[in-house]
Every structure is written in C-alpha cells, then in structure tokens.
Ligand binder design. Structure first.
Ligand code: URA
Length: 233
C-alpha cells in the first residue's frame, strides 16, 4: 500500500496531509526517515509518524455520540478534563469529527476513518447543523429574523440560517437554529450579536443525522446507510 494511503488508513490524517508529513521528515520506515512519497509499505515494515508506530485500522468504525456537557472534544486534554473518546467503546482508537464546545451537548461523530473525517471537515462539504439553544431573555420575531438573515460575529457575516422560536418562559427562550458554517463558537456568537446569551446549547442534527432518543452520554454505531450518506456528500 502506498505510504500516504497507509498513514490515512491508520487514522492519522488525510492522504494529502500524509504527503506533507513525509515531506517534513516526520515519517520513518524501519527507523529511517522516509522521504519518498511513492514508497509502497511492505508487510513487515514498521512505520512511525512523529515517533509513534502506526498501523492501518483493521476495520473502520463510526459512532454517533450524544456528548454531555463537561467533556472536551479531543483525544487529549492537558488539563486532564474528561474526553469524548472515553464515552465510546475502545475496540479501536477513534477521534471526533469537528468540535462541540466543552459546555455544548449533543450529536458528535467519532471515527477512525481519517479520509472521511477530513472530507467532512472541509468547508466545501459543510453540513447543515441544527442546534437547540436556551438563551437569556425573550427573543422577538424581529431579532429571530436578524439572526436568520445573517449577523456580524466579529469580522464575519454569517450566511442565512433557519431559526424557529420554540417556546419561552419568563426569563428565557428556546430556539432551534440551523446553520451551514462551523466557525468557532458560532451559535453562541450569533446570539451574542443580537444581545442574548446562550445558557444551554445542544446539537440535535447534522445533515440527515439526528440525535433522536439517544440518551446523553450514550453512543451508537452509525448504520451502513448513514455511513454511505456521509461518504456520498
Ligand atoms: N456553536 C457554538 O457556539 N458552540 C458549539 O459547540 C457549536 C456551535
């Protein structure tokens, strides 16, 4: 197998990024730095990336997790906080696709499929992402319309979003919002832009995928049809 494919199949990164790692001298084969992009890995070769031995996963796994708040969307946290990867079975090493904030809950995909993950995170393939936010104060229809049209979140104007006012009590409003981009803390910043602080945020949908009745902290495997759907996009 060609070395960039071998690296991608090991869940490290995409083939293109694997080429960059090779060019940067970060890849060793049998202890020696490998600089040939065209090298074909042999059965008994020992391949290392950044000093760690890698091997293609024997099988690809795809999980949909209902992330609780209080978990970091990462495979490592220098502060030692709980990691989303601790919530999926450890049959193989997986990593999260995209990011939910520490204080955001809901739908998160974890996989060891580096190719798919990189594809999904490319801006060209941005999926619709649907969130339910509880925000402080009563959101008027006029403000919801501003949010839907697009707001400035600090040097960036958001593209049109779908906004539904679900219900409110005396002090807060529950709003469903579907966005098409994935800027850092985008939903919180969008509500900040119309003067409403987000106090709870849950992602309930990603493209066709829905969180459904999956309890917080639980995960399930994606069905073959769901995996196909993600690969087709
Ligand atoms: N928008 C946010 O503000 N936070 C998230 O975690 C996801 C989207």
């Amino acid at each position: 197998m060609r070395i960039n494919k071998y690296i991608a199949a090991s869940g490290v990164t995409s083939r293109r990024k694997a080429d960059e790692l090779i060019e940067a001298g970060k890849v060793k084969v049998n202890g020696a730095v490998m600089t040939s992009l065209g090298y074909h890995v042999q059965d008994d070769d020992v391949v290392e990336v950044n000093g760690s031995r890698i091997k293609p996963a024997t099988k690809m796994v795809y999980y949909l997790l209902n992330k609780p708040t209080g978990y970091v969307t990462s495979t490592y946290d220098k502060e030692g906080r709980p990691l989303v990867t601790e919530l999926v079975p450890d049959e193989v090493r997986v990593f999260p696709v995209g990011r939910l904030d520490y204080n955001t809950s809901g739908l998160l995909i974890l996989t060891n499929d580096g190719e798919l993950s990189n594809k999904l995170m490319h801006p060209k393939h941005e999926f619709d992402k649907t969130y339910v936010a509880r925000v402080i104060g009563i959101v008027t229809r006029a403000k919801a319309a501003r949010l839907a049209k697009g707001v400035d979140i600090g040097g960036f104007k958001t593209s049109p979003a779908e906004v539904k006012l679900l219900r409110h009590d005396r002090n807060s409003t529950l709003v469903e919002i579907t966005i098409h981009e994935g800027k850092n803390r985008q939903v919180r910043r969008m509500f900040d832009a119309i003067g409403h602080e987000v106090v709870e945020l849950e992602r309930v949908g990603l493209g066709n995928l829905k969180i459904g009745k999956l309890s917080t902290g639980m995960c399930r495997k994606l069905s073959p049809a769901e995996v196909e759907y993600l690969k087709r996009v």
